[in-house]
Design a protein around this ligand. Structure first.
Ligand SMILES: Cc1cc2nc3c(=O)[nH]c(=O)nc-3n(C[C@H](O)[C@H](O)[C@H](O)COP(=O)(O)OP(=O)(O)OC[C@H]3O[C@@H](n4cnc5c(N)ncnc54)[C@H](O)[C@@H]3O)c2cc1C
Length: 464
């Protein structure tokens, strides 16, 4: 066991995972979380690993989806975030969605009970004291201004920011199920065995056209200073998508495919609004992909034109928030350390990954790397053929710089992983069709990743 303390700043998805991994590896950890002493614009509780918007960890299919592969790798490494997510699942078709309260409570209790973690409430309002020899900064997209300014001062890089958007949540009892119906797209069965995980609200062409007109005309919140900052493509507000073309939403969150309306089986809906269960009780439902910067009054008015939502009562309306992240490819070394001050390691969304799972994943890697260093062990970053290694590689050098602002947050995707030859035939010699080849290729990438991860996943002391 090492005498060197690892300080983790920020008890979100990344910081909680980092603290857990370092403690499990045998090091002593102090976790600093500023809530509730100081809040953020989005968090509402004092719990660790609070999910500030959607309750989804996205697709859970390790064979055919890159984020599903990341789930599998994290489970292989004893991830606290994945264990608590698995224990608090809610039905969500092929996705892994969680009861946000139960999930965050489980993470908080696991951290509070760990014998090698000391949990301290309070803001780290500037650069960590010089006698903190090993620090993981995991303060997320809403890093407190004092710490963000100190980091900016140290790195000499202006912080970058853009808006992330929150989707509205509706009380289930106010949805008209005489119009809407329960079904997952293509009846896909999720981890909880439910093939009817979504509530679907159908629109005909006239309703869709009127809805698009209202979105385009509706009053939006103004953001004077930050208007020039680009949106992240994965989280575009619906009115921004609508402004790109009248059909954009019909090919995005409102696509009508894979769904049959049991109330009117012969009528193909022109567009469909989907809602996904947001809490274990099933009382709250999240409007999928409906992040928006419409003003609150306009949201209520426009969303009540959606068939089945005419009497909807909103538990939360959509909104927009700032995202802070550093220019990691320029500032960090391959082990996530700040080149200007290597005792500082970065993790989570502040490194320029995007999403709950990716943030926790970078926390996991940072925790293991920091623990190895403290224990005098040698641990390389995860292999580039793994989803974890691909993410780390992207933020620490994989991104090609194209001038200021070119580095933007990134979800895990197959494009970050090295190519692999797609099998052309089945074992019995039969030729695979194009679609089957695509699936076989993803499976080959996943098999390679999980095999290559095995050596990296060994207990850290054994690596020394
Ligand atoms: C409004 C909003 C909506 C989002 N919606 C989604 C979504 O739907 N799906 C998705 O996958 N991702 C979403 N994201 C991205 C999401 O924030 C990240 O995916 C994830 O929460 C980041 O994890 P993290 O651990 O890096 O940061 P966080 O989970 O935010 O954790 C950082 C923690 O650090 C604490 N902290 C900050 N400064 C200090 C300090 N100086 N001292 C001590 N503690 C500090 C904060 O209180 C917080 O608890 C959203 C982000 C925002 C801002």
């Amino acid at each position: 066991m090492s005498d060197q303390l690892i300080h983790v700043i920020g008890g979100g998805l990344a910081g909680s995972e980092a603290a857990w991994q370092a403690a499990q590896a045998g090091t002593q950890v102090v976790l600093h979380e500023m809530r509730p002493v100081r809040g953020t614009d989005a968090h509402q509780t004092d719990r660790l690993a609070e999910l500030v918007c959607s309750n989804s960890f996205r697709a859970d299919d390790w064979e055919a989806n890159a984020v599903g592969l990341l789930h599998a790798e994290m489970r292989q490494l004893g991830s606290l975030i994945m264990a608590c997510a698995d224990a608090h699942q809610t039905p969500a078709g092929g996705a892994l969605a969680v009861d946000r309260d139960g999930f965050a409570q489980a993470v908080t209790e696991a951290i509070a009970c760990h014998p090698r973690i000391r949990f301290e409430r309070g803001e780290v309002a500037g650069l960590p004291p010089a006698d903190w020899a090993s620090v993981i900064v995991a303060t997320g997209p809403l890093t407190s201004p004092a710490l963000a300014a100190a980091i900016g001062h140290l790195t000499g890089e202006a912080e970058l920011s853009f808006f992330d958007a929150i989707a509205p949540i509706v009380h289930a009892e106010t949805i008209d199920m005489g119009v809407a119906w329960r079904q997952s797209r293509y009846d896909k069965t999720g981890p909880g065995g439910d093939a009817a995980a979504y509530i679907n609200c159908p629109m005909d062409k006239a309703q869709y056209d009127a809805f698009i007109d209202a979105l385009l005309a509706g009053p939006k919140s103004e953001f004077k200073d930050w208007e020039h900052v680009p949106y992240f493509e994965g989280c575009l507000p619906i009115e921004v998508m609508a402004a790109r073309g009248r059909e954009t939403l019909r090919f995005g969150p409102m696509k009508p495919v894979g769904l049959t309306n049991p109330h009117r089986p012969d009528d193909k809906p022109y567009a469909v609004v989907q809602l996904r269960q947001d809490n274990a009780l099933g009382t709250l439902w999240n409007m999928v992909g409906f992040q928006t910067k419409l003003k609150h009054g306009a949201q209520t008015e426009i969303f009540r034109t959606i068939p089945a939502l005419e009497k909807a009562v909103f538990a939360r309306l959509g909104g927009l928030h700032r995202n802070t992240f550093i220019n990691s490819p320029k500032l960090l070394d391959g082990r996530l350390r700040l080149q200007a001050d290597p005792r500082l390691r970065f993790a989570g969304q502040i490194t320029g990954v995007e999403g709950y799972v990716e943030s926790a994943a970078i926390g996991l890697v940072a925790g293991r790397l920091a623990a190895a260093e403290a224990l005098g062990a040698v641990l390389d970053p995860p292999p580039p053929t793994t989803a974890l290694g691909a993410l780390v590689g992207h933020i620490t050098g994989g991104h090609l710089g194209h001038g200021a602002g070119s580095f933007q947050p990134m979800n895990i995707n197959y494009g970050l992983l090295p190519e692999i030859a797609a099998p052309a035939r089945l074992d019995d010699g039969r030729k695979l069709g194009k679609r089957d080849r695509g699936r076989a290729k993803k499976r080959a990438i996943a098999d390679r990743a999980l095999a290559d991860l095995a050596a990296w996943a060994r207990p850290i002391a054994a690596v020394a």
